[in-house]
Write a protein that binds this ligand. Structure first.
Ligand SMILES: C[S@@+](CC[C@H](N)C(=O)[O-])C[C@H]1O[C@@H](n2cnc3c(N)ncnc32)[C@H](O)[C@@H]1O
Length: 255
């Protein structure tokens, strides 16, 4: 799953260009019985299985050991690892968490990230207590395994690492980066049946285009995610008269 998910687009290019090193540790490779068992029954009974403790623990320790060896061999400037268990009970993921983690991974002494993907009913609580630094959730729903959740994190962080996107500023324009949703986008052709491109985007007037884009971003956020706009309005460093008048204009046009 991880190989598949990392073999396309931005992620695959970042790996090829060594902007990101992605290693997979399969607990099954650390199981010692002949069936390579990775699940076990929960104490107290009930439906479902849990991930077996020993293979998972060994896989996590192997990931930590590899990171430590890379530091010792000075193959990387990293000197720390953060172990994150992907869990629906974890801290809900947002863009700010990805930005913060990407910054740590791009720092002079970067932090390696170990993501634990659970299966079955999850993992033994004692592994969380002894080996996990944080728990992150990708949303209030339950997946059958943590691999896709882990890949959401890997993808979201990778595109924020310096040099990964063609233009480092392009991520800055995305939804949530500045607290707003992104503005609408158009490409050729200029006309599709009776649908046209807004005139301002064809005007060549860069100031007017910037103003229109900001107005649309504010307006969209007001329509779709009013709570984000409310948070911005209560933060003097992020809200000003210009934004207020663009919002008023958008609201009047929307009427
Ligand atoms: C079926 S889930 C276990 C759910 C667990 N019994 C609970 O209700 O909290 C199996 C694994 O999928 C992953 N997972 C499921 N939903 C997730 C989410 N929203 N965010 C992150 N990981 C998730 C976790 O790694 C979890 O251990």
């Amino acid at each position: 799953m991880i190989q598949q998910a990392s073999s396309f687009g931005v992620l695959s290019r970042a790996i090829k260009q060594q902007q990101l090193v992605l290693k997979c540790f399969n607990p099954r490779d650390y199981a010692e019985d002949k069936h390579r068992t990775v699940d076990d029954r929960p104490y107290g009974g009930g439906p479902g299985m849990l991930m077996k403790v020993e293979p998972l623990e060994k896989a996590i320790l192997a990931a930590k050991e590899l990171a430590a060896k890379k530091w010792a061999a000075k193959e990387t400037a990293a000197k720390a690892t953060k172990v994150v268990y992907m869990s629906p009970q974890g801290k809900p993921l947002n863009q700010q968490m990805l930005v913060a983690q990407a910054a740590k991974m791009a720092a002079a002494e970067p932090e390696d990230l170990i993501l634990i993907a659970g299966r079955y009913e999850g993992i033994d609580e004692r592994i969380i207590e002894s080996l996990v630094d944080e728990e992150w959730s990708i949303g209030d729903y339950v997946l059958s395994g943590g691999e896709l959740a882990a890949m959401v994190i890997v993808d979201g962080i990778t595109r924020l690492l310096p040099g990964v996107l063609g233009d480092d500023d392009s991520a800055l324009q995305d939804s949530f980066m500045q607290g707003l949703l992104d503005h609408p986008h158009y490409t050729r052709p200029e006309q599709i049946n009776d649908q046209t491109v807004p005139d301002v985007l064809l005007s060549g007037d860069h100031q007017a285009i910037q103003r229109w884009r900001l107005k649309q971003a504010i307006g969209r956020t007001w329509l779709r995610r009013p709570e984000l706009l409310d948070a911005m309005k209560h933060d003097a460093s992020r809200w000003d008269d210009n934004k207020a008048s663009l919002l008023a204009e958008f609201m009047a046009e929307h009427e």
